[in-house]
Ligand binder design. Structure first.
Ligand code: AHR
Length: 312
């Protein structure tokens, strides 16, 4: 009986992808680092040999990594694409080699039949949730907003901007007065916020900051404090990701709201891959993760404790 069971489980695991290449963008944010950690953990849990390639923010490195995965004959590829455009050729090469590709957290503008599925949040909806929060919070008051955008050309930067703009459309009291990329990093977020503060009467003309991720918000909070203003009060702060550090800022009253993005995209991705490889089950083209709003009212200290250790 035991040996029959062992050979059955051997047979079923043989069908699942054994070697998966993962082309990661880099480690620009706390969220990104957690996604890397969790992807490695999820692969290990499932006995998958994960070949990891860090692209250092460069699309050309991601294309090279994909070509090398194809040459090695991996069973499947995961990619978090740094920008939206320019993937057709390499995705076609993977398709010709019959290697399924799964997109993680960011999308591409290529035809849907060039990849198996995409796991991620509704990026435009995230921006809308952030904007809706601000609309409600400011009421009829005049509010000049400064915006820290994510990496230029990346799907989250494009869609989070569009979603936020849709939320404030029709509310003439709310205006985006400055908008620039902070590349999703803490250092760039701080640097660009410093220039916004200088340009806007030392910050006195800014009512709110919208940052496309928490790391840039954390950098900007530091800049606001150094300018002698109170983040969270003088300048409202709303951002996206829900990393542990933003909960410390929420608890200290220095941030106001964040929209959660789960860093565990690999769990659903590997599940879809297994169903596809083992049972020929075609997954939907988009596997959506949740986008939950957190504010100072959501016991940020407790959430901070919960979040630490979940890949962060
Ligand atoms: O693609 C997801 C975004 O990339 C996260 O919101 C940001 O922190 C990361 O760098």
């Amino acid at each position: 009986g035991a040996s029959l069971l062992a050979s059955v489980s051997l047979l079923s695991s043989a069908a699942m992808a054994q070697t998966v290449g993962f082309s990661q963008i880099g480690s620009e944010s706390g969220w990104r680092a957690a996604e890397t950690t969790l992807t490695k953990q999820e692969a290990e849990k499932r006995g998958i040999d994960l070949k990891f390639a860090d692209a250092q923010q460069k699309q050309e490195n991601q294309i090279k990594a994909l070509r090398s995965f194809i040459a090695q004959g991996v069973d499947a590829i995961l990619i978090a694409p740094v920008v939206e455009t320019g993937w057709d050729a390499v995705l076609e090469e993977a398709k010709d080699a019959e290697i399924p590709v799964i997109l993680l957290d960011r999308t591409v503008d290529s035809s849907k039949d060039l990849y198996l599925t995409a796991v991620g949040s509704d990026l435009e909806h995230e921006g809308k949730v952030a904007g809706d929060w601000l609309v409600k919070d400011v009421g009829d008051k005049q509010c000049n907003v400064v915006e820290l955008q994510g990496t230029t050309g990346s799907s989250p930067a494009i869609k989070r901007k569009a979603g936020f703009e849709a939320a404030i459309a029709g509310h003439d009291n709310i205006k985006i007065t400055r908008s620039q990329t902070g590349d999703f990093t803490r250092a760039k977020g701080k640097e660009v916020m410093e220039s916004f503060l200088k340009a806007e009467n030392g910050g006195k003309d800014i009512c709110a900051l919208y940052a496309h991720n928490d790391d840039m918000a954390v950098g900007a909070i530091q800049a606001i404090k150094e300018a002698g203003l109170k983040p969270g009060t003088d300048i409202k702060v709303v951002s996206i990701d829900a990393v542990p550090d933003i909960f410390q800022a929420l608890a200290a009253g220095e941030a106001n709201a964040t929209v959660e993005l789960t860093p565990n995209m690999a769990g659903p991705a590997f599940d879809a891959l297994k169903a596809y490889m083992d049972d020929k089950k075609e997954p939907p083209k988009f596997i959506q993760t949740e986008s939950k709003l957190y504010t100072q009212a959501d016991d940020p200290k407790a959430v901070y404790e919960e979040k630490k250790g979940l890949g962060y």
